[in-house]
Design a protein around this ligand. Structure first.
Ligand code: PLP
Length: 392
């Protein structure tokens, strides 16, 4: 029998989905570390803080009680109550726990939302730079991301008047993210209100995962301005719970049943004992959160000063999340190659701007979700590297 030549069995979209470059950078850095190199991690958007003890204890107690079964497909009622309460307390909005679907992270909440919204060729308007995975969700489901290039001098703000120019009968959603990754931009109340107005009957998908991580000024939720919104949020960032995988989507009342059916089919429910931890996170003491915010802010100020001091430009101060997107075009227009060299030659892992779209090419994203000592060391190494670059 002649040997059959193996054919690729994957779908074209599986073959073509781009990597999440930051994970590639992390994995390359880990390879170097396995070979004995010392690497400072400023690439990954993962809080360096441990999850607070009372949250861990709630999960242990839940496990000990036997919380190892499926839960309601929308999530534990007590967790959904706690989520609704937190939105009421922070933003004064009245929601029903029925509107909440608890998921295994914000990423599945985003997938669920776009699974529910998109038909082939539907357009989703989003800013560029964007969070790396957004266009990949949309494209994978046959939709089309439509980019609105934002400007660093305006803090990369996505403004309603600009968005309005991109809306047409094929627009299925406007995607916003505040506080934003990678820019650290926090949308002003007027921008959110304006966005709700220009979107009108087009739903807004609002990724609020960095909610609470704001270092100056106030913050708002899109739900203060419209009910026609799908809000995704989660526990990864504010509560330092990345590995727990817990998030949720809040959707308009008339969409709940469809969301629930998709969730039942594709995910069943989120992890049961992790949901108990989520209740403890929202209902328990919040002083550890306040402490983390204070610490992030100190790191933010230090990092900004150092980056600007070594010739990387930051034209508007990031107010939220835990990132600085700095212009490195003085050194290279190829952010992927520059980040590779910084990792290999200086031992500092940073994320190439291209991970966040053409609008961030030539930029580098620095995460200050690492302790000050490491940030200092990372900045020292980077400064030396860039000095040499300018000399050569
Ligand atoms: C803007 C944004 N949305 C969603 C996510 C995914 O979060 P999760 O860990 O809850 O899946 C991230 C993670 O970095 C993010 O930055």
């Amino acid at each position: 029998m002649p040997h059959k030549k193996s054919k690729c069995i994957l779908s074209r979209k599986a073959e073509e989905i781009p990597p999440f470059y930051v994970m590639d950078v992390l994995e390359n850095a880990q390879k170097l570390e396995a070979d004995g190199r010392d690497v400072i991690h400023l690439e990954i958007g993962e809080p360096d803080f441990p999850t607070a003890p009372h949250i861990c204890e709630a999960a242990s107690a839940a496990l000990a009680r036997g919380a190892t079964k499926y839960t309601h497909s929308q999530g534990l009622p007590a967790l959904r109550e706690a989520i609704v309460e937190s939105y009421r307390e922070k933003f004064g909005v009245e929601l029903s726990p029925e509107q909440v679907i608890v998921s295994s992270g914000t990423s599945p909440a985003l997938l669920l939302t776009f699974l529910a919204l998109l038909e082939r060729r539907d357009e989703v308007v989003m800013s560029n730079p964007y969070y790396s995975c957004y266009p990949n969700f949309v494209k994978y489901l046959g939709g089309k991301p439509v980019y609105v290039y934002t400007n660093e001098t305006d803090g990369f703000a996505l403004e309603p008047e600009t968005v309005q120019q991109y809306l047409n009968p094929s627009t299925k959603a406007v995607l916003i993210n505040s506080p934003s990754n990678p820019c650290g931009h926090v949308m002003a109340a007027e921008s959110l209100e304006g966005m709700a107005e220009v979107a009108g009957s087009i739903p807004i998908v609002s990724d609020e995962i960095y909610q609470g991580l704001v270092y100056s000024g106030d913050e708002h939720s899109i739900l203060e301005y419209t009910d026609n919104a799908f809000v995704v949020n989660g526990f990864s960032k504010l509560y330092a719970m990345t590995g727990w995988r817990l998030g949720y989507v809040i959707c308009p009342k008339e969409c709940i049943r469809a969301f629930q059916k998709i969730h039942q089919n594709f995910f069943i429910c989120a992890n049961s004992f992790v949901q108990e931890a989520g209740i403890a996170a929202l209902r328990g003491p919040q002083d550890h959160v306040a402490e983390m915010i204070k610490t992030y802010n100190k790191r933010r100020q230090y990092m900004l000063k150092r980056l600007i001091g070594m010739g990387l430009e930051v034209r508007s101060e990031p107010r939220g999340a835990f990132y600085v997107l700095a212009d490195a075009r003085k050194f290279s227009n190829d952010s992927l190659e520059l980040s590779r060299r910084i990792l290999n030659e200086a031992g500092v892992a940073v994320t190439p701007g291209i991970d966040f779209g053409e609008g961030a090419e030539g930029y580098l994203r620095f995460s200050y979700a690492n302790n000050l000592k490491n940030i200092e060391e990372g900045m020292d190494r980077l400064e030396l590297f860039l000095k040499k670059e300018l000399e050569n």
